[in-house]
Ligand binder design. Structure first.
Ligand code: SER
Length: 313
């Protein structure tokens, strides 16, 4: 029988797609979706769904015991742009939520945890091209600081208490099944919707702001591959770099124009540009390739084609 899994923050951008994939793999009865609010997204129409605020450790324990949960994917967090506006709450949610879940594994109530980190752990002093796994970090955003601290806590819980927690530093994520919320890389989903509905898009980042991004099927594949890897193969216990695809707003708009010739991009830079500027242009993911055989499938070209096909263009 498959281990029972709980997804916390299941209705978000990653959670929605991860939920659908895990249900396909393990069956609806083995995957419990939870979030702070209910959803009318049809993906969850038949879901076993629990309302859960991850800051409520009693409620978390109750749900874990009720369903005999062994694996937890903790996806509830404030992302970079929102966290800059609510720094205190972002720190509280991103850190206390993690401790509540790590402590369940420390107490041997659950066996395994997935916790997402981000390219936001890097900062302006990090080498920005092909950023290595181990390098200068010094993040300058609240979100990045919380992710870097979280990574170190994951490693600490692994080393001190043997907690099997696994993590990926996601690039910006692009998908058509769910919407992002509150991130700096969100433009890369919005641009597709606006390209289809209005043939134009106003971007809040500079035209040559290169950022690492990843198509959701690759991100979900990596997440599950890492979680299924034999324990001894998971040698990095803070968080793995994943490269994804690096491109600028100008480059993705050129790619979209191949499908929608009348598409036009314009620019109105806001505070998120400064956040993006502090992050790498591209990432080296040799460790993920070497340790658990990571190989990504999508290029800029194939991602754009697939997104537009699925969004109905
Ligand atoms: N995509 C996230 C954000 O933009 C970074 O992990 O905040």
């Amino acid at each position: 029988m498959a281990n029972k899994t709980l997804i916390i923050g299941a209705t978000g951008q990653i959670g929605t797609e991860l939920y659908l994939t895990l249900v396909e793999k393990h069956g609806r009865e083995n995957v419990i979706a939870s979030d702070i609010r209910s959803t009318d997204n049809s993906a969850f129409a038949k879901a076993k769904f629990e309302m859960l605020d991850v800051l409520d450790s009693d409620q978390l324990l109750k749900i874990v015991q009720k369903h005999d949960i062994k694996e937890v994917y903790l996806l509830a967090a404030l992302l970079s742009a929102t966290a800059e506006k609510k720094p205190d709450f972002a720190w509280k949610l991103n850190m206390e939520g993690l401790f509540n879940v790590l402590n369940l594994a420390k107490d041997k109530i659950i066996d395994k945890i997935f916790w997402p980190s981000s390219i936001a752990v890097f900062g302006p002093n990090t080498p920005s091209d092909n950023t290595p796994q181990e390098t200068i970090m010094q993040p300058t955003t609240v979100y990045g600081i919380s992710k870097l601290a979280g990574e170190q806590w994951c490693q600490y819980y692994f080393e001190q208490y043997g907690v099997d927690v696994r993590s990926i530093r996601y690039p910006g994520l692009i998908g058509y099944k769910s919407a992002p919320g509150g991130g700096t890389t969100d433009y890369d989903v919005d641009i597709f919707h606006k390209a289809i509905s209005e043939s134009k898009y106003t971007c809040f980042l500079e035209q040559d702001m290169a950022l690492p991004m990843m198509y959701m099927p690759d991100a979900i594949k990596a997440t599950i591959q890492l979680m299924e890897a034999a324990k001894e193969k998971v040698k990095v216990r803070n968080s793995y770099n994943l490269a994804g695809i690096s491109f600028t707003p100008d480059q993705i708009s050129t790619e979209i124009t191949k499908h929608i010739p009348e598409f036009k991009i314009s620019y109105e830079i806001d505070f998120r540009n400064k956040i993006a500027k502090s992050w790498p242009n591209s990432i080296d993911d040799t460790f993920a390739q070497k340790d658990w055989g990571w190989k990504q499938a999508y290029s800029l070209e194939s991602m754009v084609t697939d997104m537009l096909n699925n969004l109905g263009k």
